[in-house]
Design a protein. Sequence first.
Lengths: 174, 368, 614
Amino acid sequence: MTNSMSNLVKILESFNPFVEEIDEKEIKITVSPDKVVAVLETLKANGYSHLSLMTCVDWIDDNQLELVYILFSWEDGGKFLVSTRIDRSNPKFVTVKELWPVARFYEREIHEFFGVEFEGNDDMKPLFLELWDERPPLRKDFDPRDYSRKKFPDREYEKDVIKEAKIFRGEING
Amino acid sequence: MGEVKLFFGPNHPGMHGNFSVHMYVEGDVVKRARPLPGFLHRGFEKLMERRYWYSNIALIPRICVPEPDINEACYAMGVEKIAKLEVPERAQWIRMIVLELARIANHLMAVGGIGGPIGLYTAPQWGTADRDRILDIFEALSGARVYHMYIVIGGVRKNLTPRIEDMIWKTMDYIESRLPDYENLIFKNRILHSRLKGRLILTREQALEMGVTGVGLRATGVEYDVRKVDPYLFYDKVDFEVPTATDGDAFSRVYLKFKEIPQSIKIIRQALEKMPQGDKVNVPVSKGSALRRIVPKGMAYVHIESARGEYGFFVVSDGKNKPYRVAVRGASYPQGLYGIEKYLPGTRIEDVPIWLATMDVCAPEIDR
Amino acid sequence: MAMQELPKKDFFAPLKAWKFLGKRPVTIEVPNKVKREASDRYRGFHINDWSKCIGCGTCSKICPTDAITMVEVPGLVRDHGKLPQRPVIDYGRCSFCALCVDICTTGSLQMTREYIHVSDDAEDYVYMPTEKGLNAKRGLYEHGKAPLGWIKDENSDILDLVRVKMPMEEPEVRVKSFIEIVKGYSKEQAQQEAARCVGCGICTYTCPEHMDIPQYIESIYKGDLEEGLRWLYRTNPLSMVCGRVCTHRCESSCSVGVRGEPVAIRWLKRYIIDNVPFEEYDRILNIRPEKKGKSVGIIGSGPAGLSAAYFLSTMGYDVTIYEANARPGGVMRYGIPRYRLPDEALDKDIAFIEALGVKILVNTKVGQEIGFDEIAKKHDAVFISTGFGLGRSTRVPGTDHPNVKQALPMLKMIRDYLRGDGPKPPVPRKLIVIGGGNVAMDISRSMARLQTMEYGEVNVHTLSLERSFEEMPADMDEIEEALEEGVEFHPGWGPIEIVIEDDEVKGARFKKCLRVFDENHRFNPQFDENNQIFIEADMVIEAIGQAPDYSYLPQELQEKLEFVRGRIKTNEYNQTAIEWLFAGGDIVHGPDIIHGVADGYAAAKGIDMYLSKK
């Protein structure tokens, strides 16, 4: 990792992070949920002010949801993946819209796709889906194939493709 | 005068793609605006989890229609980063050429695209016609004009032949020869100036706060380009400049795109010269057929500078033959959602399509 | 950077646009006026060469849009290496990614440059590609004339054609002892090899025992060996043996093998058995049949006998095996050399069969220690699988000399010697082996080892009627490994006589063989009498085939049975003309272990049907 990144990692040590180096310019920092906002604030104050992406991963086997904030520094070219895991059965977290206003939309999206509630974010209307009546679709236990079979029956073709192929091959006369 | 609710899109001549904005207007002035994405939501992130690492190539380019190659490259590079896969050097150079060709194609379309909302109809004709020359290259190289499905995990699917190289050289010369015409007929045009100059100004603070990237950010005077700040492929081995402007208005955003075209041509020419010869342009990520190739456990975020700004893929693998999670950062996500809500109020109705066009709000990449 | 400023107002400024008035338009009208050909890599509509297509369905598995379904075609037959189905493509779903072309195991599926097909009927967008492709409406080309587009090359190929290299003993090392040559895959190697499988299941049909090959390979791929073991024991109780010495016909039909090296099915099977400890078998397989209170006697503990015993005991029958030799296993114990099949491997398979309650009475030769009638009386049904124990002789002059030997007794002697059960076999300095089959390879290579151990050098000449390695019935691997170990081959020679001087074997004379089979594919060798060679040797071993020994069967039974060329005729459930007597193995089908296992399985089903009715 670059010098400034290792300095930052040192500063962050007080939050008991679990640090993984993905490559020399990408570091993943896993902290407990209560420390996330403080970590994000520290990083933002130290040049990592660009929120590239905020997303979520469903670890169904551990009954946890992992929230990932990806921060990028335009000065340094480094990336920090700040990650934390929350309970999957009652997923709640705090909003970071004060830090990054655009996070409002990321949080809306995560609420819609993973079912996470963000305290402090009042706008939780569905963003992409209309009349959704199933569990949050990006959860691992949602099966899109079943859903679409139920909602949109497959088209049945009536043509005898085998006969047509045999006519093309000259095996039978059409 | 009372407030009127106006639906802008999804089917509207000034609308780019299937996207909708609900506006509350008083007269011609927008009071409030709400973005309504979702018309192009195809659930790609979910679908990708349920397909093999390799067969995802058919979905990925469809996330962004005008510039599909960035998706392919991001995804491939993300997987390669997790697997710590060494890609043949020639393949990396070919990727760079493809990405820059796609940038030119996208910028030509964007320069043309601005003609629609403002009523300058030479621009779309020219932009589309010249972009077609680049699509011809893609057709020869990858076998498809729009969705190339060419950059895959481990390299690219087919080698660049001398005939196609020759075609690229010639097309680059042609595009370069067309640029003065664009400059003269489009960027010195009175309509363009009166409609774009000084309109929809975004300050540097606003841009950074919003998380805008690409020309939207560079038009405020900063040289923030992922290719320079966090170089990927061989962008640190080629010589090019990042044009910037200080006005922050709609005109400078379009003009910067136009000014990036010669830089991309410069990169392509250097890449063609520096590229090593060889037959191998692809390595498998692991032993086995594509049905069962596995990627080791891990996660990575890879971003590249698309024509519309920072474009990223966040890839998670749990060590199986399918991705565990793929999340996409569309380049226009901030300006297309938050930007509309925050910056459109106070502008006039006719400015709304200009915002969408000059900020490159791309519905498919927001919806995914 | 300076922004473009608006130029000053100028009366002549509009003139600069006028030069474009004279330019020709760049748009063209397609397809009525101009035939715009697509590029030579274009991914258009598919064609499928039916003579090459094997119906493996890999295209439909890789398809990201579920556009390809495999449909069975009446008129095509299921055959070795072929399934009677062909892909049907729904162009309402196809995304033209060409992954199906890139993964096609045979290369039969390809894409053309045809890109226009206009129809208002949705039925026109689904079709089964043939050599001629889609009959494109308003297309560019006549039906069947569209040039090829996207072609798979080594960069775009996404099938893995190269096998994971099996760690083997080097020839210089292995010829010094009877150490097992193949060392077996590690976990990582096995998973990598399993990842090459496309799961088409064509091999299942080819396997005489129809083992669940794609299923257990997938278990290896997933790392679940317990599930893999259950798949193996569903059809084959001798998986450890088969994992080592099976003739692996499955691999010859493997779809990956059409263009590359087939998946190492045999070694993957072996990997499962090698890596599940014997103590776990009972828990994993959990065979707890309900006892039926009926008993079956089995004569001979070779592959067929053991297989029948296993399946019968899983059905709840009491099984007793009568074995003439001191150890069970038949040809696996006494025929196959130890460097290919160590005793321990066989012991593991047999131990599990015994753990199921099968009694194996060794040193019990039927006809001597116990009468056949007594066995018939004791049991409700009898299964005979006594194998081909007698050697065949060329009967040329001199073959009655004591130093002219038969391969099978020699192999048995060598194995007994190696495990300390018997005396050391005679080791000649110079040896001639006559024969071109796997037994000839076994004895040549075994003797080469003994020679190296005794004298430090190999001097084995192996002569066969067949005129090339390809013609020889032995496996190519065997021939190659024998060559590496120093065995000299002389293909295309038939023996004239064994030269004996002073009562000592001095060598043998051979004549050139011109052809082995006649026009009707019957064995009818023709020789060039003028072209002769003499090869020196002090021992000659004949390995030209084996014969059955039915002397234990009472005369009146033998009369009731039907024999076809020395083999007993049975129905599909291996039932002979005598309804309580079932037979299997070499005396019914041959020629290898997996056919024996299949016979045992079929006979067990037959015996169960017979006894349930009784």
